[in-house]
Structure formats: C-alpha cells, structure tokens
Design a protein around this ligand. Sequence first.
Ligand SMILES: [Zn+2]
Ligand SMILES: [Zn+2]
Length: 258
Amino acid sequence: MKYIDTHAHYNDEVFKDNLDEVLDKCKQTGVDYIVNIGYNKESSDRSLELANKYSYIYTTIGVHPHDVGNDKAIDIYDIYQANSNNKKIVGIGEIGLDYAFVSDNKLQQADLFIEQIEMANALKLPVIIHTRDASLDTYNILRENKPQFGLLFHCFHPTDDLVRMVLNEGYSVAFGGNITYKRNSSFGKYIKAIPINQMVIETDCPYLSPEPYRGTINTSANLPIICKKLAEYKEMDVEYVCEKVYKNSLEFFKIKQK
Ligand SMILES: [Zn+2]
Ligand SMILES: [Zn+2]
C-alpha cells in the first residue's frame, strides 16, 4: 500500500543526524510523499530547504500560536514572495489557536490566526489548522474568516461544533497517532459521521507516535498503523481507506503525481 504523510516535522533536531536513514525507511514502507510543516519563520525556512532537497517532500509555511509575539504573518509572506515560483509550497500552516499552555494571549493568537487566513486567501493556498483546547474560538474565527482554498484540521480532535462545520463546509480532517489512544475512543461516532472523502492521515512526527510505540520518536513509517485504525473506525476495508486518503491528500495539496 502507498501512503502520504500530510503533516511531518523532519526539520526537527531529533532527525539531524539520521534523516536520510529515516526517510529511506519511510520510502520502503510505501510513503510516496511527505508534507513537511512549518511552525515559525525559522522552521518554515528549514522546511523549504528540505522540500528543495528531496523530490517527494513538499512544504507549508506558517506561524504556530506558540510563536505569537516572536514571528509575524509578514515574515511568512516574505518567505513566500522570495520563493513565489516554488511549486513546493503547498499551504499556509500550521496556524490556529492553542490554549493548552498559554491562554493569556488569546487576542494576539486570534490576530495572528486571522492575518494568516487572509494571507492564504490572497496567495490562493489552503490552510492547515492546529487547534488545542480552543475549539469554540476556532469555530467562531473560521465562521467570520473563511479560508477559500481548502482547510485541513490537523490532528483532529472532534467536537460537535467543529464536526458540523466540517460537514457543512466540506473541510478536511487529518487523523494521526491520536486515534490509536484509548482515551480517544469517543472519536468513533464522529469518524463515522465524516465522509471518507474529507479525510487524510498524518504523523505529526517526531511527536504523537501511535500505540504501541507511544513515547518513542515517530516517523512516517508508522502511517500503516494509523490507516489501519482509521479503517477500523470507518468499518471499511483498509486497502480502500488507504487508497482514498492517498487520493484526497494529492487533491488537497494539489500535488501532481510523478
Ligand atoms: Zn499541531
Ligand atoms: Zn505539527
């Protein structure tokens, strides 16, 4: 079976010394493409370098809510402008709201989020959204500020509001190692309700290893475990699910197959 990792961080320090080895193993597992995700100015630059080096790696650029106050939307715009003919930039992200660690800067997070949605619309790119402990504010911002070229909720943590929005707007959702965790077994009813056409898979590596590898360094070679779990929740054939999410990923990021 073939796989696409729609959310990876191979620019992370932990891969510094063995990246080629790790990527070789992913290729052997059937991983055809990887979308490497930026989360601030520096990581977006490094992610773009990876995309330029490896034919099968694509990149997004963006500022994560953790970096509010450090980097700005204009920094990301500058990276895009300096590389505007580079077809490897396939989205703006990861952007969004995160109240898990810091919640005293909600207004600044909202401003940064909205500015980057507007930028994505201006550049005709989809957005990759990170939202943690902030689903209501995320919902309200997205209702007022609609991404026009695609929206993907990464590491999707379903809530009634967000799932309704996904269904109404046809937005996409990505599931990763999080669906293999026991405490998330309540995701089942939501996963059944969302059409397979709106789903993709991801690792968020090096974080969020699926069970039974939780706590170890995650890589795209773990995608088969996530796909299998998704197929179980969907009560569908794993090969069918695998093929579908592959096709959905190519379409969402407008990746032309080589
Ligand atoms: Zn994230
Ligand atoms: Zn991430």
